[in-house]
Design a protein. Sequence first.
Length: 283
Amino acid sequence: MKTILSLSLMVLVAWKATDTLSDLNLTQTQVEKVTMYGAKTGFTLPSWSEYSLYNFVKKAKSLPAGSQAAAVKSLGAIVKTYVQSEQFKGEWQAYLKEKGFYDPKAAGDVARLEEMKKQSAKQKGDMAASTKKMNESQQQMAKILKEHPEMMDMMKNQMSKEDWAEMQEYLKNPQKATAAAQGNTSSGDDYIKKEEARIQKAQEDYENNKYTNMVRLRLKNVIETANSVDFAAEVKANKYNQKKFVNPVYEKKSDLWKLFYRAGKEPTMAARDFAQQWLGELK
């Protein structure tokens, strides 16, 4: 009896899903493709036939008032079942791998950067100590040469022109050695800064695109977009007979915003409510 009841419920759920798709002029394959595409792009919706939702919008608006919300929520349940399926999760992981999203912590990038910083700090410390010692030697040499000017000619004869010119520069400006040493470490600092920025970006991309975080962000986008739609916005046909918003700001709105506008308030609010409920389950 229990088995028969379970089978009956499964058949009923399958029938409702099929019935909803039929009512909205959609197929399961189309829903899955649009859902995956929307997950990848943040609900940028292409217009070509296999992804097009214009027929869905027309069909949803043609349903009797009061039944539009129920149809959209039933569609939401179909989308949710697919998104929570192992099929979707597997395809999503494949997509992340294909696009190069990865966890810098798990990959060891963060640890390598920390080791790089330690080596850089050690190098700076060694360089500072060496520079200090060099400056002290130069100061001592300058003092000796000042007290014994006859040594200047002797050193000049023993040194190459290049070394002599360099020593003269150092004697004129003892701080030059310090500046040169700092210059030697600046390229290393620049590289570390670039690595920090790259790793931070990779970490943010990874966190935002992890399955649960991605679903959460997409649902928030649905809610925020639905709440921002001006259903009273005026449209006017241009010289090419294309309908455009009178308010130019609305022409720059996202595909999802325009989809909700075309669908109308009842289906849009139903989508928002469904997204809010789903989001609450993820917290």
